[in-house]
Design a protein around this ligand. Sequence first.
Ligand SMILES: NC(=O)c1ccc[n+]([C@@H]2O[C@H](COP(=O)([O-])OP(=O)(O)OC[C@H]3O[C@@H](n4cnc5c(N)ncnc54)[C@H](OP(=O)(O)O)[C@@H]3O)[C@@H](O)[C@H]2O)c1
Length: 316
Amino acid sequence: MEKRKIGNSGLTVAPLAFGGNVFGWTIDQATSFTLLDAFTEAGFNLIDTADVYSNWVPGNQGGESETIIGNWLKQSGKRDKVVIATKVGGEMSPGKKGLSKAHIRQSVEESLQRLQTDYIDLYQSHYDDPATPLEETLETYGELIKEGKIRAIGASNYSAERLAEALQVSKQNNLPRYDSLQPEYNLYSRANFEKELEPLCRENNIGIINYFSLASGFLTGKYRSEADLAKSKRGQGNKKYLNDRGFRILSVLDKLAKQYATDQARIAIAWLIARPSITAPIASATRPDQLQSLIQAANVPLDREAIDLLDKASAE
Ligand SMILES: NC(=O)c1ccc[n+]([C@@H]2O[C@H](COP(=O)([O-])OP(=O)(O)OC[C@H]3O[C@@H](n4cnc5c(N)ncnc54)[C@H](OP(=O)(O)O)[C@@H]3O)[C@@H](O)[C@H]2O)c1
């Protein structure tokens, strides 16, 4: 399996990450274990989660995804075979959020406990926190690295301006720097990443682990009408893609799926894996057959013509 470096962090990962927001949301612990076993047995190692997953589900409080991953790490004995990426800063309960020293220090202990491990490989700022000085956040991460509680840090949902500022602060103060960025990026949502963030990350050798690689399932081709939105608990979130541009992208995915004798999900992920700036797209699955399709994407090298067709159909 090809392994890629995440920025200058020293972490190396296979070119697809499993997205853990489904654990405790659209799938239970038993199914989560089955999928994590299959994912790692196929040679993949990067698992992405966040402290807040999945607190939007009625009855949940946040921490459910990390708890399931922690139980799986204990049961499988695979802690040293995987790269665990989690996040801090999202709102766990009213007011309990952000990137202050106090909140990070408390949150890291809670995440470590739920994950049943003594270190987090990649600790990510879930959202920018303009109310906390970047120095305070980066100094706190520096302490956690020295204490061995985290190995590297990443940013998610940062603007290019703020990411550049954070890199500057790290350099000027001899503090750890963000070695990865987790932006939304897929065939449907392109411009926001490609315009400023992508060149900034390439210039600074920052690894990209992008989320919503399948646009929440839309790029699999299963949502083509409002009636289709009932196909999943999360189907309603796909309504925004049902428009001319969305259908234009699907029609090229349909064509290429036929040409490569595969399915649309594989083509959508293969397009991301082929992009030079991308380290590992993050996608999730709720069934073993879906997962097979995603992990096979690493074996679908798209030719230039296919990439050009997708680029053209999805241009914003
Ligand atoms: N940093 C952030 O702010 C942020 C935000 C969002 C997500 N993320 C990360 O990105 C990860 C991925 O996001 P996501 O799961 O929301 O989006 P996604 O990867 O775009 O969509 C995955 C969903 O599509 C469906 N699917 C997958 N493979 C399929 C196939 N072959 N055929 C048909 N349907 C298929 C499944 O849902 P159904 O079976 O339910 O249809 C699956 O859960 C998250 O788990 C999380 O780690 C980060």
